[in-house]
Design a protein. Structure first.
Length: 189
């Protein structure tokens, strides 16, 4: 049976419906299975994935802010951001592909900047709440005013550089043979 004959048999069967009595060998031919798999292979939606990545990175942001208030910068925060972003993307998009992993990583790599900004707002709130009655929204809105100070910018850039280095070190795979083994496995049908 040629490929054209298989396709001509598969299309009327697909139009009839899928009851057990309608199953023919043409439905299970390699070409029919391949066309069905390629039709099912689609990319996952991006917008729900981005929202999921943003929501998933929140634990890392909170950890960064809390540890920053104590005076530490930890790579575990960046690890939480990346893993949380990938998890959130997967949950809201319904799955993840290579594009989703790249988008999740980009979102997670932008979150230390957000964390530093919010951490600085928390510091302003803690320092000026009792004496000036500053609210959290006042602290968040006044952060850009303090960025005109060179010491503040240097401190923030130093924290970000250390944070990104720790993120990179924390997300390097420990076992490179594991990655090779994952690539060598054939997909299962």
């Amino acid at each position: 049976m040629s490929v054209n004959e298989t396709d001509s048999l598969a299309s009327p069967v697909a139009e009839q419906g899928s009851s057990p009595a309608d199953t023919t060998p043409a439905q299970f031919s390699p070409d029919a299975i391949l066309t069905q798999v390629s039709a099912e292979k689609c990319s996952y939606p991006i917008m729900p994935g981005i929202v999921g990545a943003l929501l998933g990175s929140i634990p890392g942001i909170l950890a960064w802010i809390i540890l920053g208030q104590v005076g530490f910068i930890a790579g575990i925060c960046g690890w939480l951001m990346i893993r949380g972003a990938i998890f959130g993307y997967t949950k809201l998009a319904g799955g993840i592909d290579r594009r989703g992993k790249i988008i999740s990583t980009i979102v997670a790599l932008l979150m230390p900047i957000v964390s530093e900004y919010l951490g600085f707002a928390v510091t302003l709130y803690r320092n000026f709440h009792a004496s000036y009655g500053i609210t959290i929204s006042d602290a968040i809105s006044s952060v850009p005013l303090y960025f005109s100070e060179p010491d503040v910018i240097q401190s923030m850039l130093f924290s970000l550089v250390i944070g990104y280095v720790l993120i990179a070190v924390g997300n390097i795979r420990n076992n490179p043979k594991q990655k090779i083994a994952e690539k060598s496995q054939l997909p299962r049908l």
